[in-house]
Design a protein around this ligand. Structure first.
Ligand SMILES: [Zn+2]
Length: 250
């Protein structure tokens, strides 16, 4: 017997299906990642296709049948409208990077309330203009890694345990290493980049506008966080949105 379920959700991906339908991948607050079919969603009179696009924050009601890969959407409505995102290319691209990364990083039917809070508060802050898009994306990437259990160890060398004042990411072990331990040239993190990362670690998302970081630290940190995520999550390195993000931010 199918049952009706409801949850707040972030739209991760939306794919056209048949002439009028959509298959929509959602990260739901209650049930984790779920795919639903929205039958007839692209019919002109229904026109909910715009609602079912990433990175929208919506409430969904759907028929859930055990063992089925794709559930049946009954209805959906907006929780929040991120209208500021659509007007700004860097912010809208950062939002797409955030949801595409989330899609790769979480598993089906594995709810994670802290990650749900992280993505919704990141999108809300991106929608406003107080904090630069790269800083918000770095905050999101660092805390996503932490919430999913692979946060980088920023304080001490992953090999000898010595306190780090600068570091490089070893792509064989995924550890941050001090200058003495590193063998090959890894992804570099200078002193100010490490400080910036530690600040991102300890600052609340609502206070990120107070952070100070020079352009080089922001650049190095962005490169480090991407490579850290590539190391830990399969399929992360070929995200379409990241290519676009690089074009937008260089
Ligand atoms: Zn060391």
């Amino acid at each position: 017997m199918p049952i009706q379920l409801s949850s707040d959700a972030i739209v991760l991906r939306s794919i056209n299906y048949s002439d009028t339908s959509l298959i929509v991948r959602l990260f739901t607050e209650q049930f984790g990642k779920v795919s639903v079919i929205a039958k007839g969603a692209r019919r002109p009179k229904r026109s909910v296709a715009g609602l079912l696009q990433p990175p929208n924050h919506i409430t969904v009601w759907y028929q859930h049948k055990e063992g089925r890969d794709i559930q049946t959407l009954i209805k959906s409505e907006f929780v929040e409208r991120y209208s500021g995102l659509t007007a700004d290319l860097a912010r809208s691209t950062a939002a797409l990077v955030a949801v595409e990364m989330l899609d790769r990083a979480v598993h089906d039917s594995d709810p994670h309330s802290m990650v749900f809070r992280l993505i919704t508060s990141t999108l809300r802050q991106l929608d406003q203009i107080a904090v630069d898009a790269p800083v918000l994306l770095h905050f999101y990437q660092l805390h996503l890694a932490k919430q999913l259990g692979f946060g980088p160890r920023l304080s001490s060398c992953g090999q000898c345990g010595r306190a780090l004042d600068e570091a490089s990411l070893d792509m064989i072990t995924g550890n941050l290493l001090c200058a003495r331990c590193r063998i090959a040239q890894g992804i570099r993190l200078g002193r100010s980049s490490l400080e910036y990362l530690r600040d991102l670690d300890h600052t609340h998302i609502s206070r990120l506008s107070e952070l100070q970081a020079d352009d080089n630290a922001v650049k190095e940190t962005g490169n480090f966080l991407l490579n850290h995520l590539f190391f830990h999550v399969d399929g992360m390195s070929n995200l379409k949105s990241i290519k676009f993000w690089r074009q937008v931010t260089t």
